[in-house]
Write a protein that binds this ligand. Structure first.
Ligand SMILES: O=C(O)CCC(=O)C(=O)O
Ligand SMILES: [Fe+2]
Length: 181
């Protein structure tokens, strides 16, 4: 069901960009796949100072095409950076998902769609759980700006071609291994 929803969002984005409805589908568009992550954010006051490291999720953009996040209804912890550089809460709205644009959609759209920088810090007295569904291009897919988006943005590609799997590995190493985002 969420995969259907993601496909529909991608079709809407294709149409909004003036591309054919199926521009981002099928093998030549990278045969999308998905990953579901269940995330938990303990109450930070439960962690003794001596054991405290950076808890939560540091500032980052998502790697793939779209992410749909279902957050706890009552807990404000996910923040997004607005165009003025301020961090504002993505306040949970019951019955809705937060939809993040991923890095590959930026490349495909030649920058028309921009990934939003976001981070999570649970400063509340409640244990937070979120479910993040990542809709991603195929590992082997070579992602490059699509022609109609290049035409709308000055006629030249703003980004080098990227093999999605290589991009993913690089970002995961930075986020989870080296602690940079
Ligand atoms: O837990 C959240 O609300 C967001 C998690 C997130 O940004 C991610 O896993 O990429
Ligand atoms: Fe994220």
């Amino acid at each position: 069901m969420v995969t259907d929803l993601s496909r529909k969002i991608m079709r809407g984005i294709a149409l909004a960009l003036g591309a054919p409805v199926d521009a981002f589908e099928g093998y030549c568009a990278g045969d999308a796949f998905w990953v579901l992550r269940l995330l938990s954010y303990p109450v930070s006051t439960d962690i003794p100072d001596s054991e405290r490291t950076d808890t939560g999720c540091g500032a980052h953009t998502d790697y793939g095409l779209l992410t749909l996040v279902n957050q706890d209804d009552e807990i404000k912890a996910l923040e997004v950076q607005n165009r003025s550089g301020e961090w504002v809460y993505a306040v949970p709205l019951p019955g809705t998902f937060v939809c993040n644009i991923g890095d590959m959609l930026k490349v495909w759209s030649n920058g028309i769609y921009e990934p939003t920088l976001h981070r999570v810090t649970n400063k509340t007295p409640f244990y937070r759980v979120s479910v993040a569904y990542f809709y991603e291009s195929n590992f082997d897919a070579c992602i490059e700006p699509v022609e109609c988006c290049k035409q709308k943005t000055g006629g030249v590609a703003k980004y080098d071609n990227i093999v999605y799997g290589e991009h993913l590995v690089k970002k995961v190493q930075n986020n989870f291994v080296k602690g940079r985002y």
